[in-house]
Design a protein. Structure first.
Length: 482
């Protein structure tokens, strides 16, 4: 019998809503065709769908694109903005019609915090400093005046600023010692204006490059760096495999790779605890998610992939891992919001599809800003070809109104899991929903948009301080106790 014990009395750490953040790059059809329509307006359907999952922040303009993006090209009348080549992503011509004003208007419409990533790889200190001034300064200055002339009187007060992206790779191929010095220069001139205190995020490690993390922690004064990032994609770089049409071996392999995130949070977190024992610096996982082969017939540089039940499990487990490290993980950003990698939304012309990953974010949204409940899960194994994974993975949180959300992933491809939950308190009611499908690779399409959508789950029985249920095979289940 699988057992899950919750300890609500020990729930102290808040799960920052920023763990539920997203990332949108000028890549493929994320911006153009995703957020921005062909007639140069924001897509209202995309805005509505993202509001439903309460996205707390949005990172932009990249990614690799950020380090060759020059923000001045994206302001002023659209028809006179210069074009550029998007060398990283398909070599297409970028018309700069979606720039600073459009992005910040989008964030206002979404009710989400913008997170702007500055150009360190090919931009200057002055260019980044002036971007901050343009966006945030309320007084009389050349940049603030220019912003007003472009139609925006009040500053936006953007708090989150990334100082370069993947500076160890596409952002300049720097050594950590060199980047640490560059960070100090660039961050120095990103000024606080008015009451707005910037939250500056240094480029952190690629996966398990612990030397990068340690070098940054040793060489950047801690008051200059509010966050340090980490990037990890759930993929096999040698053979990514298709996003659909896969078998159990690929299902298992992807889920196994998902757990690497837990190890990374532990080990980068341990280094941060050593150098920053008071945990002032946030670990910002600003790129995570699956990376499969592009859909056949699509531009390889556009990273367009379908999204299946497997992606839902990957999302559910990641979010649980972030919750259990919430004392250090202050933000995380799924790559990427629309039409790219593990997207929550897919568009095809005027059609909009909510992916299984969107549903997980919707089912989990009450975890945002709730208190993480420490738990102990004793469960059986899921074994395939001599390799094992835990069959279940779970998380629980307590919201301000006293309700408790328990989310459970059953990784097992074919076996439902009986589970007894000891709640550590009594509740009057339980309601539930579960997300599952007959096949591993079930996904939503224009013809069948709800092939993977949560269904009511009525199999949870409350008795005193215990809850019993059978968790369906290959599922994500959310239970709310009141
Ligand atoms: O998300 C796609 C790319 O992956 C980003 O541009 C880059 O930062 C990472 O390598």
């Amino acid at each position: 019998m699988n057992t899950l014990s919750l300890h609500p009395d020990e729930a102290k750490t808040t799960i920052s809503r920023h763990i539920y953040g997203h990332f949108s790059e000028h890549l493929g059809r994320c911006i153009y065709g995703g957020f921005w329509s062909a007639d140069d307006t924001l897509r209202e359907d995309v805005i509505e769908a993202l509001k439903e999952i309460q996205i707390p922040n949005l990172r932009w303009p990249g990614g690799c694109f950020a380090d060759e993006y020059h923000w001045r090209d994206g302001i002023g009348p659209r028809e006179s903005r210069p074009t550029m080549i998007n060398t990283h992503w398909g070599g297409v011509t970028e018309n700069n019609h979606f720039g600073t004003h459009e992005f910040l208007e989008l964030c206002e419409r979404l009710g989400t915090e913008p997170y702007i990533c500055g150009n360190v790889g090919s931009g200057t200190v002055q260019e980044l400093a002036e971007w901050v001034e343009y966006v945030n300064f309320d007084g009389i200055s050349p940049r603030a005046d220019e912003r007003r002339a472009n139609g925006r009187e009040t500053p936006w007060g953007v708090k989150y600023w990334g100082v370069g992206n993947e500076s160890w790779g596409c952002g300049g191929n720097m050594r950590p010692e060199y980047y640490a010095d560059q960070y100090r220069r660039y961050a120095t001139y990103c000024r606080n204006y008015g009451s707005n205190r910037l939250y500056k995020i240094a480029c952190g490690a690629n996966v398990d490059d612990y030397r990068w993390t340690e070098t940054l922690l040793k060489n950047v004064p801690h008051h200059m760096m509010q966050g340090l990032s980490l990037h990890y994609y759930t993929t096999n770089w040698n053979e990514k495999g298709p996003a659909t049409g896969f078998g159990e071996a690929a299902w298992f392999d992807t889920l196994q790779r998902t757990f690497k995130m837990g190890e990374l949070l532990e080990r980068h977190g341990a280094l941060m605890d050593h150098y920053d024992p008071q945990r002032k610096i946030g670990l910002i996982v600003d790129e995570w998610g699956t990376w499969f082969d592009v859909e056949p017939g699509t531009n390889p540089g556009f990273l367009y992939q379908q999204n299946t039940l497997r992606d839902a499990l990957v999302a559910g487990i990641h979010l649980h891992l972030f919750h259990s490290h919430a004392e250090r993980v202050h933000m995380a950003n799924l790559a990427q919001t629309v039409n790219v990698l593990q997207a929550v939304l897919l568009t095809d012309g005027a059609t909009l599809i909510k992916t299984p990953t969107w549903h997980v974010f919707e089912m989990y949204k009450s975890h945002q800003d709730a208190k993480n409940i420490p738990l102990h899960l004793a469960c059986g194994e899921y074994t395939l070809d001599g390799k094992t994974l835990p069959a279940l993975h779970a998380s629980a949180s307590k919201a301000a109104d006293g309700s408790v959300l328990v989310t459970i992933c059953n990784l097992h491809a074919s076996e439902a899991q009986p589970l007894t939950v000891t709640l550590g308190g009594t509740f009057a009611s339980v309601t539930g929903r579960t997300l599952t499908a007959d096949a591993f690779d079930t996904h939503n399409t224009a013809e069948n948009p709800d092939a993977v959508a949560p269904q009511p789950f009525e199999g949870a029985v409350l008795s005193g301080e215990a809850l019993t249920l059978t968790v369906p095979a290959r599922s994500v289940t959310a239970l709310t106790l009141r």
